[in-house]
Write a protein that binds this ligand. Structure first.
Ligand SMILES: [Cu+2]
Length: 104
């Protein structure tokens, strides 16, 4: 009986782990690639920087608050989706950069 309960706990933990996805967004040519993402709560987004200069991705959304700060070439940063609220990510250095994140 105890063994079955343990197995159920493991199966439950596994399904949570498998359903959370990591999405990769590159910053290249002063553009977020891709520029649109559809994600779920619990997912993470990895921001890369392939440009030869720094970026500073951030969002004003309060529920999914996030500010990378200065991100030099080659450095990766991560954000976790905490709330079911769609938001935009912008770059504090390059005002034309826009990433639209839809949270389902
Ligand atoms: Cu930038």
């Amino acid at each position: 009986m105890k063994k079955i309960a343990t197995m159920l706990v493991i199966a439950g933990a596994l399904s949570v782990t498998l359903s959370a996805k990591n999405w990769v967004v590159d910053q290249k040519g002063k553009t977020f690639i891709p520029s649109k993402l559809t994600v779920h709560v619990g997912d993470t987004i990895t921001f890369k920087n392939s440009d030869p200069f720094a970026h500073n991705a951030y969002t004003d959304d309060e529920a999914n608050e996030f500010d990378v700060g200065m991100q030099p070439t080659g450095k990766e940063t991560h954000m976790k989706i905490n709330s079911k609220e769609s938001f935009n990510v912008e770059c504090a250095i390059h005002p034309n950069m826009l990433l639209e994140v839809t949270v389902e």
